[in-house]
Design a protein around this ligand. Structure first.
Ligand SMILES: O=C(O)CCC(=O)C(=O)O
Ligand SMILES: [Fe+2]
Length: 251
């Protein structure tokens, strides 16, 4: 059993972690992994083979077990142990509500089979987007290293993006954020490329009451490098998976 000082008095269900200010549905658990686990995962991310990294203009990322090709996962090998334990087992241990199954009970593979590792130094973000049709519509994001705000946007009547976010979710290091349903399909999400999140307060942060820390001096969150692990179930997995995966030299 976890010792009393451990953060792993995980809730018995996601229900108390629901972000009430948002449409269905999002959940936030501030202490999802320990500082030791955070450090160990960051070490694995940093020491992954160089070829694992894909450099975009501002951001770099890793995909595990591999990239998608035409929305299909070609490499059906399991996730490496450092991405699997303890995160996947904890996600699967959490019922949506008492007596109900977990978030992935109805997904094609019953669990996340794909992880994107994104690294955001200060002044780095990700454009507002939707995650599309490749995935079962449940997204589990574990944040490491630093806090930042994820913005939620909606499209205007004419389909254009309303550049003003409708909500902001503050993601602390070691937290888990789960988004699903309308938040997956109807709204866009993005991260502003700024050095500090400003105007942080009970009035402006949707998950304020679920945060570990309410100390943001002058309403400011000075960013450091934040790394995120995005867990999803890719709907289509190629039957040729292992063969192709190894031909592409993924290890
Ligand atoms: O890093 C994040 O929290 C967001 C990543 C994201 O939106 C994505 O991978 O689709
Ligand atoms: Fe996304």
């Amino acid at each position: 059993m976890d010792p009393p000082s451990s953060p792993f008095h995980l809730p018995t269900s996601l229900e108390p972690c629901r972000i009430d200010a948002l449409p269905p549905a999002a959940y936030y658990i501030a202490d999802f992994i320990s500082e030791e686990e955070e450090e160990a995962i960051l070490h694995k991310v940093e020491t992954a083979p160089k070829a694992r990294w894909r450099q975009l203009t501002h951001r770099r990322l890793q995909t595990w077990p591999s990239d998608l090709v035409k929305d299909t996962l070609l490499d059906s090998r399991p996730l490496p142990d450092w991405l699997e334990t303890p995160i996947v087992s904890r996600i699967l241990s959490l019922p949506v509500a008492d007596g109900e199954p977990n978030m992935f009970a109805d997904s094609p593979h019953g669990r996340p089979n794909h992880v994107l590792v994104n690294e955001y130094p200060p002044n780095t973000g990700i454009m507002p987007h939707k995650d599309g049709s490749a995935y079962y519509p449940v997204v589990c994001t574990v944040s490491l290293g630093s806090s930042l705000c994820l913005n939620l946007y909606k499209s205007k009547e004419d389909g254009a993006l309303d550049p003003e976010p409708v909500w902001r979710i503050l993601q602390e290091p070691r937290s888990l954020l789960i988004t699903t349903a309308d938040l997956y399909s109807e709204y866009l999400h993005g991260i502003e490329p700024i050095s500090a999140d400003v105007d942080i307060s009970e009035q402006t942060i949707a998950n304020w009451s679920l945060l570990r820390s309410s100390v943001f001096r002058d309403g400011l969150n000075q960013r450091q490098t934040r790394t995120s692990l995005t867990y999803r179930d890719v709907l289509k997995v190629s039957k040729l998976g292992n063969k192709l995966g190894s031909r592409f030299g993924r290890s």
